[in-house]
Design a protein around this ligand. Structure first.
Ligand SMILES: Cc1cc2nc3c(=O)[nH]c(=O)nc-3n(C[C@H](O)[C@H](O)[C@H](O)COP(=O)(O)OP(=O)(O)OC[C@H]3O[C@@H](n4cnc5c(N)ncnc54)[C@H](O)[C@@H]3O)c2cc1C
Length: 475
């Protein structure tokens, strides 16, 4: 037997379909995890690896919500921009928090190996592009990420971005060579298999309807059986619902929709040569090429649940707006999932009361952050590691209930509208500068023919006037 096949057979069979197991008997465990998404499964896997007895209770099935419907891009960082993170917790803690998110990404890389999860299709590199012309701000951001936060980044000038993405919509870019992407669906099911292999029991179709967390041994009630555990980890994201209403109301649910196109052939390679993930800095579009010539694209959002198929047309139009040369692309599949946004933009990680833990609120960037949280919580329960306390400044803040959803939608729409307007203005300025350069060249040519000196160039729209060194100084 070859070495490769030995290592594959010694791991779990992550590809095999399996029957769902429902909890139908009373149970006693060290740790009960509520929710089998990325967050819950990582805690389960890590705790089981460290020797705890673990039961995961999932109301639907593994990866039912966002975790089974993500695009698989793994990057360091949080929803809260790095500058705001420093302002909130100070430079040193911000550095530590950032380093934790990098650890989370490394954890995913180590777990998403072909040996452990066959067919995971890991590919390297992610590019964050700007919708507006802000090259000057880019330099300080690159310096901060590279020097202070020890993250490998490259600044891409407009020409480089547009050589890889043939569209006039994007300007500068920040390239993360150590970021990567994986098959997101395979990853969540692979995590479940690895957790089972490590000894965790996963029960599906088993919603938790109530929790009594007052005693040393917590009581967890499901419609079909009860369970007792020393620790309960709440990893239910926005669907935790009535189980702990006050906790679930600290998250604003945002449904995000994505689609994959039919094969696009050569025209896709002509429009996009970049092979990693692309996201814009305003968090509107996120896309990458899959299966060689299909485009996977996430964009529309709502703060209410809707049928994903309704958004196929919107994604199709969005692709056409950014890459008109692709023409009308055929959409093969549309899906969606709800992410939990916190008011402060940071995830909820920590102990609410003795033995009651939360790991939630990962927003649009849940792969690296939920991996980090899973490790932190498992190690805290079993080893007493208390680094989760770095997240304590980010308290559970009520997200505003139904009013919060309406406000969230309005703010989201305003944000998208204003970034679209800023993008349109940036493109207008760019066109105007281009036209001005053409006029300038024509004037210079005419002046050369006439043998006169060229006049002082006119200021293109949107550019500040250069300060004059002294009165009377001219061109
Ligand atoms: C379209 C889209 C694209 C995305 N792309 C990316 C990406 O490329 N990279 C990235 O990092 N992130 C991405 N994300 C975000 C990422 O998917 C989420 O941050 C992450 O999946 C959240 O994981 P979770 O485990 O906290 O929540 P969930 O996936 O929601 O899992 C929670 C689980 O808990 C269960 N549950 C809830 N309440 C109960 C209860 N009372 N009893 C039992 N079970 C319960 C639910 O059924 C659910 O299965 C994307 C999200 C979407 C929607």
């Amino acid at each position: 037997m070859s070495e490769a096949s030995t290592s594959t057979t010694s791991g779990p069979d992550t590809a095999a379909p399996r029957e769902r197991l429902r909890l139908s008997f009373e149970m006693d465990v060290d740790i009960c995890v509520v929710g089998a998404g990325l967050a819950g499964l990582t805690v389960a896997l890590e705790a089981a690896r460290l020797g705890a007895s673990v039961a995961v209770l999932e109301g639907r099935h593994v990866g039912w919500n966002a975790s089974g419907h993500q695009l698989g891009t793994v990057m360091p960082g949080y929803g809260l921009p790095i500058g705001d993170l420093i302002a909130r917790v100070g430079f040193e803690d911000a550095r530590e928090l950032w380093a934790l998110s990098k650890n989370g990404a490394e954890y995913v890389r180590a777990t998403a190996s072909e040996e452990l999860i066959p067919g995971i299709a890991l590919s390297e590199g992610a590019l964050q592009v700007s919708n507006v012309d802000v090259g000057d701000q880019l330099i300080s951001r690159l310096q901060m990420l590279g020097e202070d936060f020890e993250t490998e980044v490259e600044g891409w000038q407009v020409d480089r971005v547009r050589a890889e993405l043939k569209t006039g919509r994007y300007f500068h870019g920040v390239y993360y060579p150590k970021a990567f992407q994986i098959d997101g669906r395979k990853y969540v099911h692979g995590l479940a298999e690895l957790a089972r292999h490590a000894g965790a029991r996963i029960f599906e179709d088993t919603p938790v309807v109530s929790i009594d967390s007052s005693g040393i041994r917590k009581r967890i009630v499901t419609p079909s059986a009860r369970l007792r555990a020393s620790h309960v980890v709440l990893a239910g994201n926005v669907h935790l619902g009535a189980t702990l209403r006050r906790l679930s109301e600290t998250l604003l649910p945002v449904w995000r929709y994505a689609a994959v196109t039919a094969p696009l052939g050569e025209r896709l390679a002509e429009a996009i040569t970049f092979t990693g993930s692309v996201s814009d800095a305003d968090g509107i579009d996120h896309f990458r090429i899959v299966d060689g010539d299909r485009l996977m694209w996430a964009s529309p959002e709502t703060t209410w649940t809707a049928r994903p198929e309704r958004f196929g047309g919107a994604i199709q139009r969005r692709i056409r707006r950014i890459f008109p040369q692709l023409g009308r692309v055929e959409i093969a599949e549309v899906w969606g999932g709800a992410v939990g946004e916190t008011v402060h933009g940071m995830p909820q990680i920590g102990q609410l009361r003795r033995g009651l833990w939360v790991t939630s609120g990962f927003g649009r960037q849940g792969l690296s952050t939920s991996a980090m949280a899973g490790q932190l919580i498992a190690r805290s329960i079993l080893w007493g590691d208390d680094r989760w306390r770095l997240f304590s400044p980010f308290e559970l803040v009520w997200a505003g209930g139904a009013t919060g959803r309406i406000a969230g939608y309005a703010i989201g729409m305003w944000g998208r509208g204003s970034s679209a307007a800023a993008g349109a203005l940036a493109r207008y300025r760019e066109r105007a500068r281009g036209q001005e350069r053409v006029r300038e060249a024509r004037r210079a040519a005419a002046n050369r023919q006439a043998g006169t000196r060229p006049p002082r160039p006119r200021q293109p729209p949107g550019r500040p006037l250069p300060a004059r060194a002294s009165e009377g100084e001219g061109v």
